[in-house]
Design a protein around this ligand. Structure first.
Ligand code: BTN
Length: 250
């Protein structure tokens, strides 16, 4: 069983950056840095991550998953997303995973994850999951398109420490399966929890030159082990996309 080492910081530039500086290589320990406020909180694609001081859950987890081949590292992303998705589902319904690892309530984003890995040959020596969950913040000011928080959904404030512990317990449990080379149930559960994973047609926008440009209707077929999203368009053509090659039109 992994041990959990928790560090609570008042203010930090970014919890991901903080964990990079304290990496200890201890494979039995999951190190967690939680902050009340980040001065340079980072999102995907160099975006800023907005969060009012003390109102949201901002944390990063450092692990050393040496037994996970780099070619199969997406299973870790699935486990992280499921941990957040299931913990939030204890409080509200309609929580799904928007590929690859955003967490959505209905059509709005409640949580995002920034994963940074360091490889040593074909082995993942360090993997940092940086997670922001919108918890008790009422109003969002950045140009993020569709943020939502738990308090705006439920009308009640949530204990941030309890939510963190809920997510961490789930993550440790998923990791125990991954470290035992038991990936199948996680992969299946991830597919079942996907946003727009209900086999209906939805609108997407293609950003690669492999397929016709512009918008198209498609259904999700699967997410492959390497994280590739497979869509089937209205004509039955299978299209595969890596991160940022397609966007969901919402
Ligand atoms: C996204 O854009 O969806 C990813 C957002 C990730 C934000 C979290 S907040 C804690 C951790 N530290 C950071 O600087 N970023 C991540």
């Amino acid at each position: 069983m992994l041990k959990i080492r928790k560090i609570h910081l008042d203010t930090v530039t970014s919890t991901n950056d903080y964990l990079k500086s304290v990496s200890d290589g201890d494979t039995d320990t999951l190190t967690v840095a939680r902050a009340d406020f980040q001065t340079k909180g980072r999102g995907q694609a160099s975006n800023h991550w907005e969060s009012e001081a003390g109102r949201n859950l901002l944390f990063s987890v450092l692990i050393h998953p040496l037994s996970v081949p780099a070619s199969r590292q997406y299973i870790l992303s699935m486990a992280g997303a499921l941990s957040i998705c299931n913990a939030l589902s204890d409080s509200v319904g309609d929580i799904t995973i928007k590929w690859p690892n955003d967490i959505y309530w209905r059509d709005k984003k409640i949580s995002g994850t920034l994963i940074e890995t360091r490889l040593s040959g074909s082995v993942i020596s360090d993997c940092i999951f940086g997670v922001g969950v919108n918890v008790n913040q009422q109003v969002f000011y950045s140009d993020a398109p569709n943020p939502v928080s738990l308090v705006t959904i439920t009308g009640k404030e949530t204990d941030i420490d309890e939510l963190l512990d809920n997510i961490l317990q789930r993550f440790v449990d998923y990791l125990s399966h991954i470290y035992a080379n038991d990936y199948d149930a996680i992969r299946d559960e991830y597919q079942q929890r996907l946003y727009r994973g209900d086999n209906n047609l939805y609108l997407y926008e293609n950003h690669t030159n492999r397929y016709p440009s512009g918008r198209f209707s498609a259904r999700i077929v699967e997410v492959k082990d390497d994280g590739t999203l497979v869509l089937q368009d209205e004509d039955g053509l299978l299209r595969d996309y890596t991160f940022k090659e397609v966007s969901f039109v919402i």
